[in-house]
Design a protein around this ligand. Structure first.
Ligand code: C2O
Ligand code: CU
Ligand code: CU
Length: 480
C-alpha cells in the first residue's frame, strides 16, 4: 500500500508514518489493547488512580496518570444488569472524581463534580446497572479540572455485556476480533514529551493535539484476522471532532450508538464521532488487504464556522490506525449479522416538559461587558446553583442550540433519542440511543428520567469539549 501523508490538526505535524520504522527487535509495531478487567463473574473491581511515566514518542518519557497502570485505565466489562461493587483509590496528590459516562445510575453514585475523591482516599460506590449492553466509558469529572485530568490519562472504557453477542453473530474475542479503540489527540514538545498548556485560544475552541493516540499509542498497526472485526470506537479527545472512514472507502457497518445496539447493521462510508461519543462498527477484512482508519480534519472554531464535510474517502485528513491482516489468527465471524435485536423503539409519549437549552459563548466586546465566556442559557456553571428540577419518570424534550461552534452535548443519568436536527429528521448516525450528540445548530432530544438525583448529588448536562465544560458550559438538575 502506498503511504499517504495525512496532516493533523493545525496543519503543522505529519503523523502516522512511524509504524514501519518503529519495529522493536524485529517484532511488528502492534497495537496493544487496554487490559481487560472482567467483572461478569465476581461483580467487583478496583481502580487505583496513580502517577507514572509513559513513552509515546522518541526517547522521552512523559509524566502521565492512569488507573492501575501509568496511562489510561483497563477496559471494565460488566453485566448489563446487576450490582457491581467498585473500589476507587486515589493515589495521586490531588483530588479527582470518576464519572461513569453512559451508565444510567443514580446521582448518588454518578461520580460527578459533587463526588470528589481526595488524595489518599478510597470511594466505594455500588453501581446498580440495568440497561441494554453498550460501550461506555469512565473519566475524571473533577470541578474545573476535567480537561487537565482526562488529558493526563484518567479515562478508560466500560463494556456492558448481556452475554448474548455470540448468539447475535457478533465478534466477541477481546483484542482479537473485538477491538477497543480509545481515540485521543495530544500535543507533544520537540523532545516528545506530552504537554497540556492550553493557550487562551485553546481554552476558547478546545485543546487540539498534534498527534493521534489509539489506546495511548502512536503510529501502531492493529493485527486482525481475515474476517469480520468489531471496532468499539471512543472519541476520548478533549475537543477534536472526528469524521472517520476507511482509507480505501470500504464500508463500516455501524451496529451500535452510544447507548446500545441498533436493530440492524447500517453501512457507512463516513462516521462522525465527537468527544464523548461511542460507536461500534463491523469491518470486513476478508480480502486480506492492508487498510487504515482515517479521519477528516474537522474545523470547529467560531471564526471558521466549521461543519462536517464528509464526502467520499479518502478524506482530506489524517491516519488514525493502520490495519494488517494476520492470517495465523483464526477467523471467528465471516458474515454480517442481519438482525442485532437492538431495541430502538424511541419514546412515543408526549413530553411533559419542554426546555430550551442554549449553549452560549461570548467573545471580544461582549466579554468586556461582563459576559461569561461559557454558559448555558447565560448561566455559567456554579456548584450551588441548580438549573432544573426534573420529575422522576417524566419524559422531557429539550431543544438544544449551540452558539458559534459545534458542541457535543451530553446528559447524565439518562439516554436520549434525537427527535430532529435543524428542523429535519436526525442524521443517520444520530438515530439510536445516545447520551452525547453533536449539536450543529439545533437539535431536539427526548428522554425519560428514571434515576433519582438528590440536590447534593445532581446530574450534569454539558458540552463535552472539556475546556468548555470546565469553563462553565455546564448545568445540573435533580430528579425526584
Ligand atoms: Cu463524559 Cu459529564 O461527562
Ligand atoms: Cu456522563
Ligand atoms: Cu462546547
Amino acid at each position: 500500500m502506498k503511504r499517504r501523508k495525512f496532516l493533523l490538526g493545525t496543519g503543522a505535524a505529519v503523523i502516522g508514518l512511524g509504524a514501519g520504522r518503529g519495529r522493536a527487535a524485529g517484532r511488528p509495531n502492534r497495537l496493544v489493547m487496554p487490559p481487560l478487567l472482567d467483572t461478569t463473574m465476581n461483580s467487583a473491581f478496583e481502580l487505583s488512580a496513580q502517577a507514572g511515566q509513559t513513552n509515546f514518542l522518541r526517547q522521552s518519557n512523559s509524566d502521565t496518570w492512569g488507573f492501575n497502570q501509568p496511562f489510561l485505565g483497563p477496559t471494565i466489562r460488566m453485566r448489563s444488569t446487576g450490582e457491581v461493587q467498585a473500589v476507587i483509590t486515589n493515589r495521586l496528590r490531588e483530588e479527582i472524581s470518576v464519572h461513569w459516562h453512559g451508565l444510567v445510575i443514580p446521582g448518588s453514585v454518578d461520580g460527578g463534580p459533587h463526588q470528589p475523591v481526595s488524595a489518599g482516599d478510597t470511594w466505594r460506590p455500588v453501581l446498580p446497572i440495568n440497561q441494554p449492553s453498550c460501550t461506555a466509558w469512565y473519566h475524571s469529572h473533577q470541578h474545573r479540572q476535567t480537561a487537565a485530568q482526562v488529558q493526563q490519562g484518567l479515562a478508560g472504557v466500560l463494556q456492558l455485556d448481556d452475554g448474548r453477542d455470540g448468539e447475535r453473530g457478533l465478534p466477541v474475542r477481546y483484542g482479537v476480533d473485538d477491538l477497543t479503540l480509545v481515540l485521543q489527540d495530544r500535543r507533544f514538545d520537540q523532545n516528545g514529551r506530552m504537554r497540556y498548556r492550553p493557550s487562551m485560544h485553546d481554552n476558547m475552541v478546545g485543546f487540539i493535539g498534534d498527534h493521534m493516540l489509539v489506546n495511548g499509542q502512536i503510529g501502531r498497526t492493529a493485527a486482525v484476522p481475515a474476517g469480520i472485526v468489531r471496532l468499539r470506537l471512543l472519541n476520548g479527545c478533549n475537543a477534536r471532532i472526528l469524521n472517520l472512514a476507511m482509507s480505501d472507502g470500504r464500508p463500516m457497518h455501524q451496529i451500535a450508538t452510544d447507548s446500545g445496539l441498533l436493530p440492524t447493521p447500517q453501512a457507512r462510508t463516513t462516521l462522525p464521532l465527537s468527544p464523548g461519543e461511542r460507536a461500534e462498527v463491523l469491518v470486513d477484512f476478508s480480502d486480506g488487504n492492508e487498510t487504515a482508519l482515517v479521519s477528516e480534519n474537522v474545523e470547529n472554531t467560531p471564526m471558521m464556522g466549521g461543519g462536517l464535510t464528509g464526502g467520499q474517502p479518502p478524506l482530506n485528513g489524517f491516519e488514525v490506525l493502520r490495519f494488517a491482516v494476520d492470517v495465523t489468527q483464526e477467523v471467528g465471524v465471516t458474515m454480517l449479522p442481519d438482525d442485532l435485536g437492538g431495541e430502538f423503539a424511541g419514546i412515543d409519549e408526549q413530553p411533559a416538559v419542554h426546555r430550551q437549552v442554549s449553549l452560549d459563548m461570548t467573545m471580544g466586546m461582549m466579554r468586556m461587558f461582563g459576559g461569561d465566556r461559557f454558559s448555558i442559557n447565560n448561566q455559567a456553571f456554579e456548584m450551588d446553583h441548580m438549573n432544573y428540577e426534573v420529575k422522576l419518570g417524566a419524559v422531557e424534550e429539550w431543544t438544544v442550540t449551540g452558539a458559534m461552534m459545534m458542541h457535543p452535548f451530553h446528559v447524565h443519568g439518562t439516554i436520549f433519542q434525537v427527535v430532529s436536527e435543524n428542523g429535519g429528521p436526525p442524521q443517520p448516525h444520530n438515530r439510536g440511543w445516545k447520551d452525547t450528540a453533536l449539536i450543529d445548530g439545533e437539535a431536539v432530544i427526548r428522554m425519560r428520567f428514571e434515576r433519582e438525583a438528590p440536590p447534593d448529588r445532581p446530574f450534569m448536562f454539558h458540552c463535552h469539549i472539556l475546556e468548555h465544560e470546565d469553563g462553565g458550559m455546564m448545568g445540573q438538575f435533580t430528579v425526584s
